[in-house]
Design a binder for this molecule. Structure first.
Ligand SMILES: *Cc1c(COP(=O)(O)O)cnc(C)c1O
Length: 368
């Protein structure tokens, strides 16, 4: 059986008519950037997440950069984040001239460890970017307590966690800002790039609205240096269709994750841990597997595509050599990156496919 890691076409087939007519309407309208669909998508997201402001931007990376910029993070400041995430979580910090400081992760949730965050705080620390990795919220009570105590901003990197909840609160709604990505593979993905910042702070919202359009509120008059970070109407139209299904799709992901958990129970792999009070949306279903690389190769031979997220923690990336980290500095992130393997899981993957993947994992470990 051939099983792709992710089948975006399968999802499209389920909503083809709605998508095709939404896209066609945009083309007919002749309005392509930041028009009525973007405005309505912002309203619908604000209402879905129950926040005051939802500001569409060009991608998730920009959502982080514009958040940092709007909160006046400047060169010389330090911002603490996770080493076990997509590069953009740290790249955004460097982009505004600040210094990323990495704190190691919890071995069960793979999210930043609050105790270790506190140890990294210096007089230069201005903010923390907790990342809700793989769709499970970070320990936000602890983050908010640390922020309060040390007077820091919290920017939630919720790019993988739309619809996830922390003690009943939606991911992204707890910190000063929350950042989302609509990259095609995300749980809510467009057919191109897209992103969003959410906040309850009127001042921050106003500044982000200026920043995304060249620091301008009146055309050709510029009050600050901004960016070109707007969302396309076609993407907003697609995302408006898809937003209606996000809770059902996330529920399907959770069901499928549970099936994997059950089928892999008696194998040497460690299945994902869902912390008490957290509602995981399984952007990725990631196991910890002994002999990970051999297992991945074996599964590929059986037609099963898997992914390694992430093979090299950010503190060991070439670009961050100048920060002076070395192997062994953040041992949990380093060890997890050698064992993590993400299995095919999206709302469309069938039970039969999951059973096949699990049975091949069982076969691999048999006799080892
Ligand atoms: C996808 C992602 C981003 C960046 O989003 P883009 O839309 O690709 O710029 C940032 N952080 C995390 C954790 C992500 O998964």
């Amino acid at each position: 059986m051939k099983i792709p890691f992710l089948d975006l076409k399968a999802q499209y087939e389920t909503i083809k008519n709605e998508i095709d007519s939404a896209v066609s309407e945009v083309i007919q309208s002749g309005h392509f950037i930041m028009g009525p669909n973007v405005k309505q998508f912002e309203n619908e997201m604000a209402s879905y997440l129950d926040v005051k402001h939802a500001i569409a931007v060009a991608n998730g990376t920009d959502a982080l950069i514009l958040s940092l910029d709007a909160l006046n993070i400047i060169p010389g400041d330090e911002v603490i984040t996770s080493p076990f995430t997509f590069f953009a979580s740290a790249e955004s910090i460097s982009r505004v001239g600040a210094v990323p400081v990495f704190a190691d992760i919890d071995p069960k949730t793979f999210n930043i460890d609050p105790g270790l965050v506190e140890k990294k705080i210096t007089g230069k620390t201005k903010a923390i970017i907790p990342v809700h990795i793989f769709g499970q919220p970070a320990d936000m009570d602890a983050m908010m307590q640390i922020a309060e105590k040390h007077d820091l901003y919290i920017i939630e990197d919720a790019c993988q966690a739309i619809g996830a909840q922390y003690k009943g609160k939606k991911a992204g709604t707890i910190g000063n800002t929350g950042c989302f990505s609509f990259f095609p593979t995300k749980n809510l993905g467009g057919y191109g790039d897209g992103g969003m910042v959410i906040t309850d702070d009127d001042g921050v919202a106003e500044k982000i609205k200026l920043l995304r359009v060249h620091g301008s509120s009146k055309k050709y008059y510029h009050s600050l240096l901004g960016y070109n970070s707007r969302l396309d109407e076609i993407q907003a139209a697609v995302l408006r269709v898809k937003l209606k299904y996000i809770d059902a799709w996330n529920a399907a992901r959770r069901e499928k994750a549970n099936l994997y958990n059950k089928l892999l129970k008696d194998t040497p792999v460690i299945t994902p841990y869902e912390a008490p009070g957290s509602h995981h949306v399984y952007h990725l279903y990631t196991i910890l597997a002994p002999e990970r690389d051999e297992l991945q190769k074996y599964l590929q031979e059986k037609g099963i595509s898997t992914g390694v997220y992430y093979p090299l923690p950010l503190h060991l990336q070439e670009v961050y050599k100048y920060l002076g980290y070395k192997k062994g500095d953040l041992p949990v992130a380093e060890s997890i990156s050698e064992k993590a393997l993400s299995l095919p899981l999206d709302p469309e993957v069938s039970e039969e496919q999951i059973e096949y993947v699990a049975s091949e994992i069982i076969n691999f470990y048999k006799g080892r």
